[in-house]
Design a protein around this ligand. Sequence first.
Ligand code: CMP
Length: 211
Amino acid sequence: MIENPLHPASLVAIGLVRALPRRTVVFQEGDVSDQIYGVLSGRLKVYLSDADGREIALDLLGPGQIFGEMSLDGQPRSASVMTLEPARLVIVQRQAFTDYLAANPAASLALLMTVIRRARNLTGLAGSLALLDVYGRVVRTLTLAASRDAAGLTLPDRMTHQEIAARAGTTREMVSRILSDMRASGLLRIEAGRTLLHEAVVERDDAAPAP
Ligand code: CMP
């Protein structure tokens, strides 16, 4: 049984399923279209980019998540979305989606929760871009992405310096420099191919030193 009333699998009956290869742009910021998407499998990123190719990642999406819901107001896409690995998406037309919401109040509430979570993340991102220096932003990005397991605070295997840079609003070169400083000072170590953060990084997150 699917517990999430807005699980993409529940939308398959009213949508189309598409398989996309890795690094496919699903749509770009500014595009006008009225489809809502659900992730059946794979990972995608939501990002903004400028003409010079600089990019800031807003969110990472995975199975069970919905995106493209902001087009419900008829405005152009607020951000771009790209697959990071082969993905299967369900695509639903706006009218079919709003009919589905009208018939399923629990799904409307689940969508509202999604929008609230995104607004919270964005508030955190705006705060850290405005209030933290680049070192603080990189540390904040690492601590948000790390998960606690038997080995300690571990970063996801596939997180590249480019991804960290995009999330922290800086360059790949700056991330590499900061990570090697952190390694040199023992705040970060690599063990059996896994990147582990020292507990002190979490404590320092609120009081980051200047780069
Ligand atoms: P839409 O504007 O239709 O197209 C881009 C999508 O990216 C948007 O709908 C949301 O689904 C998603 N999106 C936009 N901004 C954010 C954000 N700050 N955090 C997470 N997802 C977002």
